[in-house]
Design a protein around this ligand. Structure first.
Ligand SMILES: [Zn+2]
Length: 397
């Protein structure tokens, strides 16, 4: 399928160094962005589907880098079915598993841990809830796992490893397993802050600096924050990605974002929700955190969007999160919410409002056009200007 989005008002690229792209048209073909900027009438007419953005803002699909995936579109923690499809209506086109720790009765022995990660990974290989790409299968590091175990599952496609819920006496004991996971080219992640489940101890700046993971999960607390003084140390003394989560401590989220900007470490700031958890299912969580950073921490709205898209993609090595030729065609149209005080999406976000999502395209396919089920309506009407595809009912599974 070839798809064009025309009459775009503003293009946010997802790249924090150059957050805006010029032009008014995006063309995608077979799931990949072909061009961003301008296109001739002939090129647009050759597309199967044309979406009229009517002056609204186009951003890359949001990447939530901390989602408690289990199996299927179901969260046991909140006993909710269909939550991932609901997140698509909040502009999220990619979810990255924070480990399958919520699977009821999850195994803790090496064979079980490996099987869980491999099964989760493979279950989402071709399964897209609501059109979302789900990167599942994050191995939970527990005593007894060895470097060879990690090598075995890396061969099965597992590329995420999570420290923080293992039965170790001290968090420092994760160090050899994190190093082994790194040696197998996995992205390593460490729970940060106070214990989120009984029995798991607090993980603070000293631990992060000793363990050196790729990502500090919910550095602002999940939900309980580490000491304020540790933020500057982690930023200055490491290159660890600073993941700010909606379901964390808001004050330290703002503290960390402000420091990251001041200390020239903004590229390491990434946004996620850390849901579903005890805090619930939050389909608009990414949009809330973007609005919090823009309205309370003085971060430009387009930069907050980059932290939720291109910066996540860079840290997790994904071919999405950017509106540029060759990238995955995960595209979201947003606008000022109807009835608000602001004239466009970025002004609304700066004002602290939740942007209205008017269309979501993932893997090059429109998932809905016109109105999200979960956000307010857009001020301007986004519509399908042309669709020459015959109906195709082959997508079900
Ligand atoms: Zn979590």
């Amino acid at each position: 399928m070839r798809l064009a989005i025309t009459n775009i008002g503003t293009i946010v690229s997802g790249d924090w160094r150059q957050p805006f792209a010029k032009g008014d048209t995006v063309i995608a073909s077979d799931g990949t962005i072909e061009s961003v900027g301008s296109a001739s009438t002939r090129e647009v007419e050759a597309c199967d589907v044309v979406i009229d953005a009517n002056g609204t803002t186009v951003i890359p699909g949001l990447i939530d880098s901390h989602v408690h995936i289990t199996f299927g579109d179901y969260t046991p923690r909140q006993q909710t079915v269909g939550y991932l499809e609901s997140y698509v209506h909040g502009g999220v086109t990619t979810a990255i598993s924070a480990s399958e720790v919520h699977v009821p009765g999850r195994p803790r022995d090496p064979d079980g841990l490996k099987a869980l990660a491999v099964a989760a990974r493979k279950c989402f290989d071709g399964y897209r809830p609501g059109g979302m790409t789900v990167h599942a299968g994050s191995v939970i590091l527990e005593p007894g796992l060895t470097g060879n175990d990690l090598g075995e599952i890396a061969k099965q496609g597992v590329w995420l490893a999570k420290a923080g819920f293992g039965a170790f006496a001290s968090a420092y004991e994760y160090a050899p397993l994190i190093a082994a996971a790194r040696a197998h080219d996995m992205i390593t992640t460490v729970h940060t802050g106070g214990a989120s489940i009984p029995g798991s101890g607090a993980i603070t700046g000293d631990h992060l600096l000793a363990l050196r993971p790729h990502v500090s999960f919910h550095i602002n607390g999940g939900p309980t924050a580490m000491p304020d003084k540790d933020f500057e140390r982690v930023i200055r003394e490491s290159d660890i990605a600073l993941q700010i989560c909606t379901a964390g401590n808001l004050r330290t989220a703002l503290l960390c974002a402000t420091l990251a900007q001041k200390l020239d470490a903004f590229e390491r700031l990434i946004i996620a929700t850390d849901t579903p958890t005890g805090s619930g299912v939050m389909p608009l969580g990414m949009l809330y955190t973007i609005a919090h950073l823009a309205s309370l921490a003085g971060i430009a709205p387009e930069l907050a969007i980059c932290a939720a898209t291109g910066s996540n993609a860079r840290v997790y090595r994904l071919n999405s999160g950017l509106l540029a030729a060759g990238k995955a065609a995960d595209i979201v149209l947003i606008d000022a919410p109807e009835g608000g005080t602001q004239g466009d999406a970025l002004s609304a976000i700066r004002n602290g409002d939740i942007a209205a999502v008017g269309a979501v395209i993932s893997a090059g396919e429109p998932r809905f056009v016109g109105r999200s089920r979960n956000t307010p309506a857009t001020t301007r009407k986004i519509s399908v200007a042309k669709c020459s595809l015959p109906p195709d009912f082959s997508g079900g599974r």
